[in-house]
Every structure is written in structure tokens, then in C-alpha cells.
Design a protein around this ligand. Structure first.
Ligand code: ADP
Length: 488
């Protein structure tokens, strides 16, 4: 394993939806090949081998592994076995996997072969793969059917070479439109090709904490601009951290990085690293992260998938293989934690917005994550629902030891529970400090002042007029106590 000393130099690129794309694209291309095979006329007895041409295009577009390419070849062989009119259809079971494998070897070992702006790999690989596949097929015919060797050499091989030339000619006509239609994420028209692989790197955080973000910069796959730049942030055990900042400053991107969805779901390029419980996110899969970190999104209704309250909580547990008794036990515990005991059989959509929000939290808590991340959780709640939600989240933090990260721009309801605050602006972390320090920074630098709680603005205005108030007004309670002290 290669030891990484400086994570700021690490770059990780992930191509969105890359994992199964080779299956989708090769299925589409092979279907097209089957249709073309049925309708294309032959010229002087020669026609392109559309099956080989189309799987070569699919392999050039998606660059599957050698083993995956054997799978593509096998599917192509089965199509040919059932549609071929040749004397030995089963010969395709050897020739097509060989053709697909040959194409994959060429694509992997000779990449980016261009003449001017034309990528010649589809042409070259279609030609060589057809020679390999066609050659294997006629050799099977020759050996199994005992054909005369002069037919084999003087009639069959020239035919294979003619068909290979035809395939080389048709390949770019299939490749260019297919690339346009089926292209993945592009940046300035340039397709992102491979995802990075960090599996053989030894990457460790500089400090031990549940979430450590070190020098993280990130660009979404289809963007040239960075969404966040050089973020350094440590979430400690037991923290109640509020991340705030204007719309579009990168708060949700940081939240998604904590869930492993950036970069592994959204794709794109990440520099630096995010560590979840000491493990680099680029070495984790998103479901692994979900066991440690529960995420509740602004649009929490999209997280609810079943009919009743109890089923909703059970769903997450069933997916992770909990036993029936464990499911019952955990469901009772989390519904109590979020104050929904007694509503087990209620239809999810008969609940109020605030109750559905609590249910979304309960289903996330069901698998016992140590960290809860809430991204603008109150955006569709009324002021009363907001107060109630933060009372609940505050108690999960204080009484149940759950580390909490909240992203919100509506600060007054959440701040009484927070021990730390971070301000993001223009993709950069401006300040990471106590609530009072961050609010003062926002007030003093005139940054995102619209979000400042009115009590705090009043406190600062009074302080600026020389009125001595020894406790900052972070909540109604602290303002009252400060005024009471003043009276005495
Ligand atoms: P915030 O949560 O503070 O509103 P975001 O993290 O959602 O900010 O967005 C930061 C930047 O990243 C914005 O410029 C936004 O347009 C961009 N962005 C967010 N999500 C995506 C996405 N899925 N694809 C491309 N760009 C995105």
C-alpha cells in the first residue's frame, strides 16, 4: 500500500453512474446491432457484422474490464446462436467472447489513438476484433465440419477480411452518434472517462474525530467551477455544529461529502479528503457511510417510502438484515426518541409535516448512526414545527450522545442548541468558531447579515452604543438573563 503523507495533493475523480453503464450501453448497442443485422442489405454477398461492430462501439464508449467484456461477448454470442443461419451457430459461443475480449484488450492498452481530432480506436478495434472473431468462427467451421483447406484459406479468410474492413468503415458512423447520445458527464465538451481508484492507498486523517475534512475542493462532474474550495473542518464527538451561509455557497455540497454522496454519487473531481470515523470516503461505498451517518434532507417526504409509521422505520432495518425481534425493539426505541410512540399504525401521509419530518429522522436513527446530518430540515415547517424539531434534535444530541450537524439559514431556532458554528461563503470556509464569534464575524464583516437573529443584532447595536451587556444575546433566555443582571 502506498502511504499518502499529504492529502492536499490527492485528487479523486468519479464518473457519475459509471458502475453499470457498460451494461446499459452494450445492451442498447447490441439491440441496435440485431436490428441492423435483420435489415441491412448485403453488397456482393458481403455485409458488415453488425453484432461485432456494435459491441466494439459499446466497449470503446464504456471501457469495461476484460471480464465484463467477456460477458458482453457471451450475450452477443447468445443473440447470434438464436438468430444465425450459419451451419454452426454454436461457434459464436467461442468467436464472440473472443472478439469482445480482443476489443477490450485494445481499448485498455492502446488508449487515445487519434488522427487529428478523429479517435481511430473504434475503427482499429472493430477491424482487429472482427478478424479475431471471424477467424475463430471460420476455424471452428473448418475443424468441426471438416471443410477443405483451400475453401478455408481462399474463400473464408478473404471473406472475414472483407467483413472486417466493412466493420472498420461502419464503426465511426455508429460511434460518433452513440458518443453524442450516450456520453457521460462532460466538462467543456470533454468526457470524463475513468473513475479514480484509491483502494491501494494508505490514507489517514491528521486528527481522530468522527468527521475530518482536509483541504477538500470539489467540482461537480458537469462544472468547471469549484463548488467548495480548500475546506478544512473537524466534527468532534458530541458536537452540535451549525453550518450556515448564503444560498449556493456550498453548504449542501459539504453535507453530501459527509455522506459520501460527493463524489461517489454526484461524480466529479474532489481534491483533499473527507474521513468518516477515520476512513477515507473514497475507500468507502455510500451504504457503508450510511451506517455511521444518518442524513435527513430538506425534502424529507422523498425519504419516506412505505405506508405506515412502523413500516417506515422497519424498512431501513429490513434492508440491513435485522431479525424480526430486533426490528420491533429498534422501532419502539426510535419512535420513542422522536416522540411518535402510539402512531405506529398511522398512514404516513395522514401525519403533519412536522411528524413526517420526525419519522424521517426516526428511520435514519433506526440503524443507530453516531452522527445525524440535517440539511435545511426546517424549510417546509412553520415556526412552531421548527422550534419543536430543534428541541428534538437538541435532546438527541444532549441526552442520546448523537453528534449533530445542521445546515440552516434560519438561525434563531437552532442556535440555542449549538456549541459550534461554521460560516461558508463563495465555497470557502470563512470562520469556524463558537456561535458568538461566528455571529460577531458576520455582523462585523457585513457577511450574510440577513440570517443574523434579530436579538443578536439588537445586542450588537446596543453594545456599539456603549451599553454594557455582559452576556451576548444568542437566545431569548440569554437576553433575559443579561437584562436581569443589568437590573441588579
Ligand atoms: P448551498 O447548499 O449553500 O445552497 P450547494 O452546495 O447546493 O450550495 O451548491 C454549491 C454550488 O454547487 C452551486 O454553484 C451549485 O449551483 C452547484 N451545484 C450544487 N449541486 C449541483 C449538482 N448536482 N450539479 C452541478 N452543480 C451543482
Amino acid at each position: 500500500m502506498k502511504e499518502i503523507k499529504d492529502v492536499s495533493k490527492l485528487t479523486y475523480t468519479h464518473v457519475q453512474g459509471g458502475q453499470f453503464r457498460w451494461i446499459t450501453v452494450s445492451t442498447i448497442m447490441l439491440a441496435l446491432g440485431t436490428i441492423l443485422h435483420a435489415v441491412s442489405p448485403s453488397v456482393a454477398g458481403v455485409t458488415p457484422n453488425w453484432t461485432i461492430a456494435t459491441y466494439c462501439v459499446a466497449i470503446n464508449l464504456t471501457r469495461p474490464t476484460l471480464r465484463q467484456s467477456l460477458g458482453i461477448g457471451l450475450v452477443a454470442a447468445l443473440i447470434n446462436v438464436f438468430t444465425s443461419k450459419s451451419a454452426l451457430p454454436y461457434g459464436n459461443l467461442i468467436s464472440e467472447p473472443l472478439g469482445a475480449f480482443t476489443c477490450a484488450v485494445l481499448v485498455h492498452y492502446i488508449s487515445n489513438l487519434k488522427i487529428g481530432r478523429l479517435n481511430v480506436m473504434p475503427i482499429l478495434s472493430a477491424f482487429i476484433s472482427t478478424v479475431a472473431s471471424g477467424g475463430a468462427f471460420i476455424t471452428c467451421l473448418y475443424l468441426v465440419l471438416g471443410l477443405p483447406s483451400n475453401v478455408y484459406w481462399n474463400a473464408m479468410w478473404p471473406l472475414v477480411l472483407m467483413v472486417s474492413l466493412c466493420n472498420a468503415v461502419v464503426a465511426p458512423f455508429l460511434y460518433i452518434p452513440a458518443q453524442k447520445l450516450l456520453a457521460r458527464q462532460t466538462v467543456k465538451g470533454q468526457e470524463l472517462t475513468d473513475s479514480s481508484d484509491h483502494s491501494d492507498l494508505h490514507i489517514v486523517p491528521s486528527v481522530k474525530a468522527p468527521i475530518v475534512i482536509e483541504h477538500m475542493s470539489y467540482r461537480y462532474g458537469n462544472q468547471t467551477q469549484y463548488a467548495v474550495k480548500d475546506i478544512n473542518l473537524v466534527v468532534n464527538e458530541g458536537d452540535f455544529l451549525v453550518i450556515t451561509g448564503p444560498a449556493g455557497c456550498g453548504k449542501s455540497t459539504i453535507c453530501m461529502a459527509m455522506a459520501g454522496a460527493v463524489p461517489k454519487f454526484y461524480g466529479g473531481t474532489m481534491e483533499g479528503m473527507v474521513f468518516i470515523n477515520g476512513k477515507a470516503v473514497t475507500q468507502l461505498e455510500i451504504p457503508d457511510v450510511a451506517d455511521d451517518i444518518g442524513i435527513v434532507l430538506a425534502d424529507y417526504d422523498t425519504q419516506l417510502v412505505t405506508m405506515t409509521v412502523a413500516e417506515e422505520v422497519a424498512f431501513a432495518l429490513e434492508n440491513r438484515g435485522y431479525t424480526a425481534e430486533a426490528i420491533q425493539e429498534r422501532t419502539a426505541i426510535v419512535l420513542e426518541q422522536v416522540g411518535l410512540t402510539g402512531l405506529e399504525d398511522r398512514n404516513v401521509y395522514s401525519l403533519s409535516g412536522g411528524q413526517r419530518q420526525r419519522l424521517a429522522i426516526a428511520s435514519v436513527l433506526a440503524v443507530n448512526p453516531s452522527i445525524l446530518v440535517l440539511d435545511e430540515p426546517t424549510s417546509s415547517l412553520d415556526p412552531e414545527g421548527t422550534e419543536e424539531l430543534y428541541r428534538l434534535v437538541g435532546s438527541l444530541n444532549r441526552d442520546h450522545g448523537i453528534t449533530v450537524v445542521v445546515i440552516d439559514h434560519d438561525l434563531h431556532a437552532v442556535l440555542p442548541y449549538a456549541n459550534r458554528m461554521v460560516l461558508i461563503d463563495g465555497g470557502e470556509l470563512k470562520i469556524d468558531s463558537s456561535v458568538e464569534d461566528v455571529l460577531s464575524y458576520m455582523y462585523d464583516t457585513n457577511t450574510y447579515v440577513d440570517a443574523l437573529p434579530s436579538l443578536f443584532v439588537t445586542y450588537k447595536s446596543l453594545a456599539a452604543k456603549g451599553i454594557d451587556l455582559d452576556t451576548p444575546w444568542l437566545s431569548l433566555a440569554s437576553a433575559q438573563s443579561s437584562l436581569m443582571k443589568g437590573e441588579r
